[in-house]
Design a protein around this ligand. Structure first.
Ligand SMILES: *Cc1c(COP(=O)(O)O)cnc(C)c1O
Length: 472
């Protein structure tokens, strides 16, 4: 057949819609996406024919493509993935995982009216922030607290309230960027505060702050270095010594803690992070931290500290622009309540549970997954991949605990030659799997880190690996 002949043999959109599969798709997917999928696939085929490279595409293959495309268009964009990276607080993968118990409370609140801004005792307008204020005071020991959308907003609104048009003194070693676009100097200038840098990259002393304090000073700011460390010949004053300087000179001190650990990890051998409670006790006037890093709650930013400062911030009109919604507040309240009994928090809060796992437990899960994979890959599958259990280290992530290595175990996969797959191909295929499986590559191996994998991930994981290794 000539090109025209082939072209005219292509079905029309209407014909496909009325065909058996067309009707099926319309039952399974929104009609608009079925129509779009048909148009796209037919159009692509028309172009291929005109370009002379349509090959021998059968009608069946075209229909399969349409079905795949309709399904793809209809899928949720934001959806669950299997985190096989071992990074517990992975910003790209949604940071903290919430517990089912927490989400049951969120559902109850969200699917009903609530007292979000209604004072049930007085029968009049109440404050949304009140729902977590007492918990935050009780847990951190701070005089007062406020919750906003994220920690960037917490820092921003605090600086805007306390230091607009005035100077904020920060060590040069703490002018950090935290992934994406949170850069201390930029947040500072956008908030209207004037950055006054002191010290050097590696060393800043108490006297550097003292010398910089003047009429224009509004605040001394300490920033957690989060995702990096300067080691060797390095020094910055402790929060205690900054507080002492601030007291003596009448300047408030704020600590952007970033992660905001409410649970003391030191008894478990994790030595670095001061808890929020300790920083509050040190006398810092304001402390800011995230809700969804080590705290293990929903995305939120917390400001705790002296009541007079919190009161000023709560009257800043900008607060409205960064206010938290009821879903966040209900998830946050449910998470915070777990901290009232720290022994329970350790088990009930997924972030803490995942970080504090016994490596031996991780090892035995790795062995189980490896055995299951070997069993479920038939003999031809087994020839295409080498499978091992290896010891490795995983990260807390989210800029938390950057230096703390967490011993872990992974199932390591290496495609063998007959498969024709590289380790990168395998990584890509798993990533495009349903559900997506996100793994990391180390040297020539693809690692499935068992720290962030549970038993219920095993079936989809094995299916995903099988599908990825299948020759196409
Ligand atoms: C993570 C982090 C932030 C930003 O917090 P978000 O909750 O992501 O907005 C700010 N400061 C520090 C020190 C951080 O570690």
């Amino acid at each position: 057949m000539d090109k025209q002949g082939i072209l005219s043999s292509l079905p029309s959109v209407d014909e496909v819609l009325k065909s058996e599969r067309g009707v099926q798709w319309q039952g399974a997917f929104p009609r608009c996406y079925v129509v779009r999928a048909i148009r796209e696939v037919i159009e692509a085929q028309r172009k291929a024919i005109l370009a002379g490279n349509s090959g021998e595409t059968s009608g069946e293959v075209l229909l399969d493509r349409i079905g795949d495309r309709a399904r793809e268009l209809s899928e949720f964009s934001l959806r669950p993935v299997i985190n096989a990276t071992g990074v517990v607080i992975h910003t790209n993968l949604g940071r903290a995982v919430l517990s089912e118990e927490t989400m049951r409370h969120v559902t109850r609140v969200a699917c009903s009216y609530s007292n979000l801004e209604y004072d049930l005792g007085q029968g009049r307008r109440g404050k949304r922030y009140s729902h977590v204020q007492r918990l935050l005071r009780d847990i951190t020991g701070a005089e007062d607290a406020l919750v906003v959308n994220n920690n960037a907003a917490a820092v921003f609104v605090s600086l805007n309230t306390l230091a607009k048009g005035r100077e904020v003194i920060v060590s040069r070693g703490e002018l950090v960027e935290i992934g994406g676009s949170f850069r201390i100097p930029e947040v500072m200038s956008n908030s209207g505060a004037v950055l006054r840098e002191v010290g050097t990259t590696n060393k800043t002393h108490g006297y550097d702050y003292e010398r910089a304090i003047g009429d224009q000073t509004a605040l001394l700011l300490k920033v957690h270095q989060s995702n990096f460390r300067i080691s060797g010949f390095a020094e910055t004053p402790s929060i205690e010594s900054l507080v002492a300087i601030g007291r003596q000179r009448g300047v408030p001190v704020m600590f952007d803690l970033g992660s905001g650990c409410l649970f003391d990890l030191r008894p478990f051998g994790v030595h670095i992070e001061p808890t929020v409670q300790e920083v509050v006790k040190s006398g810092a006037d304001l402390v800011t931290f995230s809700g969804d890093k080590l705290l293990g709650g929903p995305q939120a930013g917390v400001i705790v500290g002296k009541a007079a400062h919190i009161d000023r911030i709560s009257r800043n009109p900008l607060l409205r622009a960064v206010r938290v919604d009821k879903l966040t507040l209900s998830a946050f309240e449910a998470t915070l309540r777990q901290y009232l009994e720290p022994e329970k928090a350790r088990e009930a809060i997924p972030v803490l549970r995942l970080l504090l796992q016994d490596p031996e437990e991780i090892r035995s899960r790795a062995r189980r997954l490896s055995t299951l994979l070997k069993k479920r890959l038939d003999s031809s599958g087994a020839e295409t991949v080498e499978i091992r259990v290896i010891r490795d280290v995983s990260q807390a992530g989210g800029g938390s605990l950057p230096e703390v290595p967490f011993d872990t175990f992974a199932v390591a996969l290496k495609p063998r030659q007959p498969s024709g797959l590289s380790v990168k191909d395998l990584e890509g295929r798993l990533r495009r799997n349903r559900p997506p499986i996100i793994a990391r590559i180390k040297e020539d191996w693809l690692l499935l880190d068992l720290r962030t994998l549970s038993q219920r991930d095993f079936d989809p994981l094995v299916d995903g690996v099988k599908a990825a290794l299948a020759v196409t």
